[in-house]
Design a protein around this ligand. Structure first.
Ligand SMILES: [Zn+2]
Length: 356
């Protein structure tokens, strides 16, 4: 696989199709709207000729958008959201709308990158914070990886869809992903203190200030968009991703837990914050206060509630410090260096914070 400067394979490099070279400016990130469904036609710059959607999201919104714009529909089953499928497509869209969740928009980012089409993302659920970023989490022959693709030009939240008929009620995952920043910021701060990683006080403070609970759906929509922008500005997802995401990645590499991202990282964040206490270090929030916020948001607070098996969780925590290629530091790495990242220790933290 080809690598770009930051160590990511670019999605384009994996494709064999002919493609035009496209240049675009990344100045301020996408234009963002939060509107009612019937206002969709009043945005003059929109003129879709291809709608990428899934089976259920087509029913919720995709079909309707396609009809309004007279656009073609590409409805992807979950097993078609893989690179191999892209190579078989012969599409030359000028303006794509991705109507769906994370896997639909991640796929549309690749197609937009390859074809140079304008990209609008219309999320049907606020399940993860990746919509605004220029990265895609994709499967390549079944193996999941993160690739540099391109960010959207426009993101539109449709009020009725996000507030009233959330698909699978995945918004709770978005709240979980947002809450888990208490854990990622704690790790980032620790990494900076130990001289292990680049730190940006302005971004740190901005993200910390966004941790404001509870909030409404519109707040969540903007939190999610801003997360993508932060990642783009900083140059990596570092501010939004600490030990809790490392555990998630270690776990989802061994099984497919994709759908549960936000709920899992929230609970793994509880573990990470508990680990701080046992290590005698200071996180930016006490695990007990974090747990209260989880409770208020209705997030599962036990492995049982997440349907995650304890031995797999334990293996994922052991593997977490090395689960990612990029050099990141946090409390788990600290514990590992002290020689105390052991099954006994993991069980003790899990019991303390009530995960088991
Ligand atoms: Zn996340």
């Amino acid at each position: 696989l080809l690598k770009n400067g930051r160590g990511f394979s670019t999605a384009k490099s994996l494709l064999t199709v002919e493609r035009p070279r496209v240049y675009y400016l990344e100045l301020e990130g996408p234009k963002v709207y939060y509107i009612k469904k019937d206002e969709l036609l009043s945005i003059p710059e929109l003129d879709f000729d291809l709608i990428i959607t899934g089976n259920r999201t087509a029913e919720v919104l995709g079909n309707e958008v396609a009809k309004v714009y007279g656009a073609e529909i590409l409805s992807l089953k979950p097993d078609e959201r893989d690179f191999w499928h892209l190579n078989d497509l012969d599409l030359k869209p000028k303006s794509i709308a991705a109507v769906g969740g994370g896997s639909i928009s991640d796929y549309a980012k690749v197609l937009a990158d390859v074809t140079g089409a304008k990209l609008t993302i219309i999320p049907t659920a606020l399940s993860n914070d990746g919509y605004a970023s220029d990265r895609s989490s994709l499967r390549n022959n079944g193996i999941k990886g993160t690739y540099k693709t391109r960010g959207p030009d426009v993101i539109i939240g449709i009020k009725e869809v996000l507030e009233d008929s959330c698909v699978d009620c995945l918004n709770i995952g978005g709240w979980g992903d947002h809450l888990s920043k208490y854990s990622s910021l704690s790790d980032w701060k620790l990494a900076a203190k130990k001289g292990k990683e680049k730190f940006d006080q302005k971004i740190f403070s901005e993200v910390e200030a966004s941790l404001d609970f509870p909030g409404n759906t519109k707040d969540l929509f903007y939190h999610i968009i801003n997360s993508g922008k932060v990642a783009q500005r900083f140059g990596s997802s570092r501010p939004l991703s600490g030990g809790e995401h490392a555990i998630y990645h270690a776990l989802s590499n061994s099984r497919n837990y994709e759908k549960e991202h936000g709920r899992q990282v929230a609970a793994f964040g509880l573990f990470v914050l508990g680990a701080y206490e046992l290590a005698g270090l200071e996180p930016i929030i006490k695990w007990q206060d974090y747990q209260n916020k989880m409770k208020a948001l209705g997030l599962p607070m036990t492995l049982k509630g997440l349907e995650v098996n304890y031995s797999e969780f334990e293996a994922a925590v052991m593997k977490a410090p090395t689960a990612r290629k990029k050099e990141r530091y946090g409390v788990l790495d600290y514990m590992k260096a002290q020689g105390v990242l052991t099954p006994t220790y993991i069980r003790s933290v899990s019991e303390t914070v009530g995960l088991i």
